[in-house]
Unconditional design. Sequence first.
Length: 286
Amino acid sequence: MKRKTFLQMAIPGVAMGAVGKDATSQAEVLRIGLTPVILADQAAFLARWSDYLSKRLGSPVSFVARESYQGMLDLLFGGQLDAAWLCGYPYVRHQRRLQLLAVPHYQGRPLYQAYLIRPRLKEAVIRNWADVKGKVLAYSDPLSNSGWLVAQTQLHAAGLRPRDLKKSFFAHGHRNVAEAVAARLAHAGSIDGYVWETMRLQGMAAVDQTEVVWKSELFGFPPIVGRLSSRHPKTQALQATLLGMQNEPEGLSLLKALNLTGFEAGSPALFSSIARMATSTEARGI
């Protein structure tokens, strides 16, 4: 499979509900943006979660999927979304315009790691970040912490610059990074460890065909945020509902499907290490 063919097959995202600007019927809908989720039955899951939130908020909830974090930010700051499940990197870049609503708990903590993965081969070509020199590296998204920012930090620490790679490309999603590496379209990939581990639990083939060679320090888990200027009357109710999901059976069932254990309100301090990496990387002009 050629890289161009793979990228054309990349999951485009599922939109649960319209993102209309003028439709009166959409006025009270609370719209939440997210990148394509990792579940095999993502449409069915989003329908369940939407129904769960709608009943508890007493107002319809719509999920809107976009391939990129920038696409979500454009909708969020354009007033076409009321909340979004972002990564820590875009959060720290736009922190003054955003409010934390909820930070997921993965394995009981609001933390996760970035992984460097390689194809599962008898002869290992990639053993660490220094080995990426002259190779093809797959990223997730230019605004992803684990799928881009961490990689830039580690390449720099290994004495490498982006031009020292043979090639790099964005797969537009962590699941797609795993699939690109599994298909040998890249020698290695920078990926969200939570996503890789969740794919493993769900028995996805791409994980069986890849392996982890490096794990990062712990970072604040990608948060659900809202605009500070948001005027939707249900934003705070959304926060309360997310924080209470772990306290009832239906909420726990939804969390289990996401391989999460709950949500907390969180604080900006959770993302301080991401902010430092962002400042350092941007200072190098990358």
